[in-house]
Design a protein around this ligand. Structure first.
Ligand code: NCD
Length: 318
């Protein structure tokens, strides 16, 4: 599959290896744009994007906004908290209202799985999923793949260990698919209460003891406790979770020296990761954030821009 004709980005399940590689290669061109003294290209001049964020966000929203600005797109700064949504307007009416104003893309974050897919029925615009419930967060996975690839080159045979609240994490679901598609071996480490009820069909190995896999880990990927999605206590206490599953200094010292420590943010220092470990050179959290802008430029360009099959770098950089 190539990315020609793809109109929406809803799930990593929609992208095969060719499509991911094309997106990551395009990201490289946009990373180069981001390093220029004037990091701006006219690639999306005349296109309008709307943000529809029904859930909190710092880095994802700012990253999409920065990406849109660097591509010269216009943006509609719609804020759910100060809009007619507070007067009871339905999601469908909100989407149809925005669409009537003539938009080319909607970037949506919502607490319920499947909302971005639903929105594609109500608008002609491209829909980009910026996180739907515990379901998917494809641009986070793409920026993680890009960051990992920039350190290791090929991800074939690399071992990623994803630790923590996998049950409630859309990042975990997207990254399991993304890293497995790129040939990596994915191991999930969590207590049973933080794993999904069924892992049938997941291309993963499961381990309950983090200490057992540290030495064979190339990427140690930590997840935040998604307290807002947990309906009941899933661990005895955060202190105990840190003791059993947190990346402490002693555990981080046992990771191979060329391994990476990754986290999608926001980090809870002292819970899933110790503060000292989060600040080590091996921890590439800020690199992930920087790469997020370039990845989102690539996604917006592919969905709203030329729709080229084989993307010509010179057109990107013009
Ligand atoms: C993640 C999210 O919102 O899904 N954050 C992000 O987008 N960088 C992870 C999280 O909130 O824990």
């Amino acid at each position: 599959m190539k990315t020609r004709g793809v109109r929406h980005l809803l799930s990593m399940a929609d992208l095969d290896r060719d499509a991911i590689e094309q997106l990551l290669n395009l990201t490289e061109s946009f990373a180069e744009v981001s390093e220029r003294s004037i990091p701006k290209v006219p690639a999306l001049r005349g296109k309008t994007l709307a943000w529809l964020f029904y859930e909190d966000s710092t880095r994802t929203r700012l990253s999409f906004e920065t990406a849109a600005k660097r591509l010269s797109a216009d943006t509609m700064n719609f804020s759910v908290s100060s809009s007619s949504v507070n007067k009871g307007e339905s999601l469908r009416d909100t989407v149809e209202t925005l669409s009537a104003m003539g938009i080319d893309g909607i970037v949506v974050r919502h607490g319920s799985a499947g909302v971005p897919q639903q929105i594609t029925q109500w608008t002609e615009a491209s829909v980009i999923n910026a996180g739907d419930g515990s379901h998917q967060h494809p641009t986070q996975s793409l920026l993680d793949l890009y960051t990992a690839r920039s350190h290791f080159g090929d991800l074939d045979g690399r071992r990623i260990t994803i630790v923590g609240d996998i049950r409630h994490s859309r990042v975990a679901r997207s990254n399991v698919l993304g890293f497995a598609t790129m040939g990596a071996t994915v191991t999930l480490v969590a207590p049973p209460s933080l794993l999904p009820p069924s892992l049938e069909g997941w291309p993963v190995e499961v381990e309950h003891d983090l200490d057992a896999v540290l030495e064979s880990t190339d990427i140690c990927y930590l997840l935040r406790m998604q307290l807002e999605r947990q309906k009941q206590a899933v661990v005895p206490s955060l202190r105990e979770f840190h003791h059993e599953y947190g990346l402490t200094v002693a555990r981080a010292n046992r990771l191979p020296t060329d391994s990476l420590i990754m986290h999608p943010g926001p980090m809870n220092r002292g819970v899933e990761i110790s503060g000292e470990v989060a600040d080590r050179p091996q921890s590439v959290v800020t690199e992930q954030v920087a790469n997020g802008v370039s990845v989102r430029m690539a996604v917006l360009f592919l969905l709203l821009g030329s729709g080229l099959d084989v993307v010509d770098d010179r057109r990107v950089a013009a």
